[in-house]
Design a protein around this ligand. Structure first.
Ligand code: ATP
Ligand code: MG
Length: 138
């Protein structure tokens, strides 16, 4: 079993798509280990996306991620990291496959509905950044 860290981003929460995304998570066999609704501060969002600090879209990305509440989660399944990224689809919804969350719910390459860790090390960092042991089930 593997765990990954996931976010339902502010665009999806504001549009009322959180429930549909949670239904997909359950339908695809992920176990929810932790979950909370939160409105990130600028400092919190900058720390989360620190690896992208030098990218031209960094400031816009932080503004987007702080515009409203997000749902942060830890998901568990065999090969959870790859499985969740497959379910999300490509970063740019124009390139995302039919049936993926980004194809269904994303607006553009920035406002793309969901986040998922891209490797074991980032999953470990992101999980600890958002959750402590008492917030995890199992
Ligand atoms: P995430 O890390 O959110 O799961 P990802 O791994 O598919 O997405 P990254 O390259 O890590 O994509 O980019 C992080 C986020 O930054 C993207 O999800 C998107 O919101 C935003 N982003 C990425 N590329 C661009 C871009 N060219 N223009 C604007 N925003 C972008
Ligand atoms: Mg990424």
């Amino acid at each position: 079993m593997q765990r990954t860290f996931a976010i339902i981003k502010p665009d999806a929460v504001a549009q009322g798509n959180a429930g549909a995304i949670l239904a997909e998570i359950e339908k695809n066999g992920f176990k929810i280990i932790a979950m909370k609704l939160m409105h990130l501060s600028r400092t919190q969002a900058e720390g989360f996306y620190a690896v992208h600090r030098e990218r031209p879209f960094f400031n816009d990305l932080v503004t987007f991620m702080t515009e409203g509440p997000v749902v942060a989660m830890i998901l568990q399944k065999e090969q959870a990291i790859k499985g969740w990224r497959d379910l999300m689809g490509a970063t740019n919804p124009e390139q995302a496959a039919e049936g993926t969350l980004r194809k269904r719910f994303a607006t553009n390459i920035e406002r793309n509905a969901v986040h998922g860790s891209d490797a074991e090390e980032t999953a470990a960092f992101e999980t600890r950044y958002f959750f402590n042991a008492m917030e995890m089930v199992g």
